[in-house]
Design a protein around this ligand. Structure first.
Ligand SMILES: O=C(O)CCC(=O)C(=O)O
Ligand SMILES: [Fe+2]
Length: 362
């Protein structure tokens, strides 16, 4: 096995498949209804994360306890008081809108398939499973991620030819690269702090993940979802978890090469409601934007690291709002060459958890 790829190791038979899937493959959970419901939004917790910046361990522990609760029960949570100024977010949205307003030919100059490392422009309908009209998801997007200019690790020896590569920037928009690069650096810095609190929430040393986050293969995208006809059975983005384990149409479930997996996603939603999260009873619950908040969700890496204790929950986008929608997910990932495997301590922990739950049911 090469050490220049992100790998999910085969999981032991006690691996619990979260609420959605087995060993990283999609969609084993039964969806009881295709229609969304106006859900109880309290089921997606709101966490004030100001305490993660506190020098006092008691403050950090208070946040960690809430993270534990949200990540084990839901896999999604809102965060407020995250310290990222709104103008940084707005600037990325503005750049995204300018980009999507370019002509199709201009956008195609940075076509994603012109790079081997998944960067640049995906046209409307160009990703996801094609429907009866041959079109995929009803969104267009621009992806960017780790490259030599964004790297902040002088010891980064990662040389994989597939994920290692430069971002193609649109020549028509002079500020685009600077704005998206600034945002990337800020979100990576925030992700590293949040990862310390995730470690604390798991009863690990706060620095536990740090050696794996020195040149993390984070990526981000700005997406545009045009309004969809109500009731149309097209998706803005079809049901998925944040694994992105798909390469050239092949779904890869156990060993994942040439792609990055997500530890967690930090999503700026804009102000248009369209995101839906599959809750534990198999219903799609709307997750509306909340002012000043990001939505964070557990990705497949974290689900694997925690042996399924933290759940990577399925979600989708349906834009029935009648408005143009934009969103900016930032996918926080580990170093490309990290081998992702469930930690022994957490395997034990989860087995104990499961015994307790079984006892409680009897
Ligand atoms: O735009 C959204 O609300 C969600 C986007 C998303 O789930 C993704 O890009 O993985
Ligand atoms: Fe997602």
């Amino acid at each position: 096995m090469s050490t220049t790829m992100t790998t999910i190791e085969a999981l032991d038979e006690n691996y619990w498949c979260g609420n959605n899937k087995i060993n990283g493959s999609f969609g084993t959970k039964t969806v009881l209804s295709e229609d969304s419901i106006v859900g109880d939004f309290d089921t997606i917790p709101l966490i004030d994360v100001a305490g993660i910046f506190s020098p006092q361990i008691s403050e950090r522990e208070k946040v960690a306890a809430q993270l534990y609760d949200a990540c084990t029960r839901v896999g999604f949570f809102y965060i407020q008081n995250h310290g990222i100024p709104q103008e940084f977010v707005d600037a990325v949205f503005d750049c995204g809108k300018e980009f999507f307003d370019l002509s199709f030919d201009d956008k195609m100059e940075v076509y994603i398939n012109n790079t081997p490392h998944y960067r640049g422009f995906t046209p409307l309908g160009g990703a996801g499973s094609p429907g009866s009209d041959g079109q995929g998801n009803m969104n267009e997007a621009f992806d960017w991620g780790h490259d030599s200019k964004l790297n902040d690790d002088p010891n980064d020896k990662f040389v994989d030819p597939h994920m290692r590569g430069e971002n193609p920037w649109p020549r028509q928009l002079p500020k685009f690269e600077a704005v998206l690069s600034d945002y990337y650096k800020r979100m990576r810095a925030f992700g590293r702090i949040l990862a310390r609190n995730v470690a604390l929430s798991l009863g690990l040393e706060e620095s536990y993940f740090e050696p794996l986050l020195t040149h993390p293969g984070c990526s981000a995208l700005v997406a545009h979802y045009p309004p969809q006809e109500i009731g149309s059975r097209k998706f803005g983005l079809d049901g998925h978890t944040d694994a992105e384990c798909e390469l050239q149409g092949r779904s890869i479930s156990v060993t994942v090469a040439d792609t990055t997996l997500k530890v967690f996603t930090i999503l700026a939603t804009g102000d248009v409601r369209a995101l839906e999260v599959l809750n534990k009873t198999g219903h799609w619950v709307s997750a509306p934007p909340r002012k000043g908040c990001y939505i964070v969700n557990v990705g497949d890496q974290l689900q694997t690291w925690t042996n399924g204790l933290y759940v990577s929950t399925m979600h989708r986008v349906l834009n029935y709002s009648g408005q143009e929608r934009y969103s900016v997910p930032f996918f926080f990932s580990a170093n490309f060459e990290t081998i992702i495997k469930a930690c022994g301590f957490l395997q034990l922990q989860y087995q104990i958890d499961r015994v307790v739950r079984t006892d409680a049911m009897n």
